[in-house]
Design a protein around this ligand. Structure first.
Ligand SMILES: NC(=O)c1ccc[n+]([C@@H]2O[C@H](COP(=O)([O-])OP(=O)(O)OC[C@H]3O[C@@H](n4cnc5c(N)ncnc54)[C@H](OP(=O)(O)O)[C@@H]3O)[C@@H](O)[C@H]2O)c1
Length: 330
């Protein structure tokens, strides 16, 4: 039992200048690589592996962990895993860790377990806190835009959550630009400034740039964190030659084989050759590209092993892109 006691690596903040970035115009610094618990930390994943990945993250200065009520699988179980690790290992470090959770997708049966009502958001956060064994989270997000609930209701619930001390900061994920603009003003007027926007930005999905979300965040001093920065593993060596049996795609949950079109495979091989030129692994290059986009605070990686996480962390040491490489990457 005793050898199982976790003591964080004492050199975890040695590279702070390289690791952290300011989140918009706020007092919060976030690591350039943050860890998300969407798929690989539920009760269907081996607990010791999850624990090892979380330790490796924190030991390397990753202070931000991103969750949501429905992460697992099954729903809720990633928060439970995190709660166990909180109790077992991370409690002495709570004030060094920035924890986010969200609500917005289907979570429980009936009319109050989904979307953006005050009823759902407040009950869901209370459940998340119990699962994670926390008094408060650092950041609470509305997970998606709800076209049927008045935005004022959703946003006032967020304001009240922050005022009640259940979350320190407010975040928005996946809201369209016009709704984001409304949210920014609503929250600002109530002295609960929008800390961060979470959207999918990677080499093969640039919607936040194309739709003006990233520019808006930059202009207003709102942070931006990119989810699925490796396109769920596509932008790594994983699928270059085959679909590995232990991969997310072979499990066919949220990444399907139809994504691997000949055009995409060609692009992946191009990325591989650029990564080779730079002396990097593909994930490292793909993450470095995101971090080079103006306005980006952090990338929110998933990892199914400590080795993957370590390779992702290499992006902190990446060199700038040549104009030629940028042109090829598009
Ligand atoms: N706001 C939202 O609506 C939303 C939506 C999605 C995600 N998110 C957040 O974003 C986080 C990350 O999303 P994601 O898991 O899709 O991120 P991702 O980093 O794009 O994909 C993670 C997957 O890529 C593979 N991978 C990661 N690093 C690798 C490496 N170095 N070499 C080879 N393969 C590697 C692994 O696949 P295998 O499992 O196959 O090994 C891993 O499970 C989530 O945990 C969540 O916090 C938010």
């Amino acid at each position: 039992m005793e050898e199982n006691i976790y003591i964080a690596n004492s050199s975890r903040y040695n590279d702070s200048d390289k690791i952290y970035r300011r989140c918009g115009r706020s007092g919060v610094l976030l690591p350039k690589v943050s860890l998300g618990l969407w798929q690989n930390f539920g009760s269907s994943s081996p607990f010791e592996r999850s624990r090892d990945i979380l330790h490796t993250a924190f030991d390397n200065g990753i202070t931000h962990f991103d969750l949501a009520n429905n992460y697992g699988p099954p729903y809720g179980s990633a928060e439970e895993t995190f709660g166990k690790i909180m109790e077992q290992d991370f409690r002495p470090y709570r004030d060094e860790i920035f924890i986010s959770t969200k609500a917005g997708y289907d979570m429980w049966e009936g009319p109050y377990g989904n979307w953006g009502s005050r009823k759902y958001l407040i009950a869901s956060l209370d459940q998340s806190l119990r699962r994670m064994k926390l008094d408060y989270v650092d950041l609470f997000y509305t997970h998606r835009y709800d076209p049927h609930t008045p935005l004022e209701e959703t946003l006032q619930a967020i304001v009240d959550i922050v005022r009640a001390g259940k979350a320190l900061y407010a975040g928005i994920s996946r809201w369209p630009l016009e709704a984001l603009k409304f949210a920014y003003d609503y929250l600002k007027e109530r002295d609960v400034p929008l800390l961060i926007y979470q959207g999918r930005l990677n080499l093969i999905d640039r919607a936040p740039q194309e739709e003006g979300v990233l520019d808006f965040c930059l202009e207003k001093g709102v942070g931006f964190i990119s989810f699925s920065p490796l396109a769920q593993g596509l932008l790594t060596e994983r699928y270059l030659n085959e679909i590995p049996t232990d991969s997310r795609m072979s499990e066919n949950r949220t990444l399907t084989a139809e994504r691997l079109t000949p055009e995409l495979l060609q692009y992946l091989h191009t990325l591989k050759s650029i990564a080779d030129d730079r002396g990097e692994n593909m994930a490292q290059t793909a993450l470095a590209w995101i971090l080079a986009q103006e306005g980006v605070t952090s990338t929110l990686v998933g990892a199914s092993s400590t080795e993957q996480l370590k390779r992702n962390l290499d992006c902190i040491h990446s060199v700038p892109f040549t104009p030629e490489h940028l042109k090829i990457l598009g």
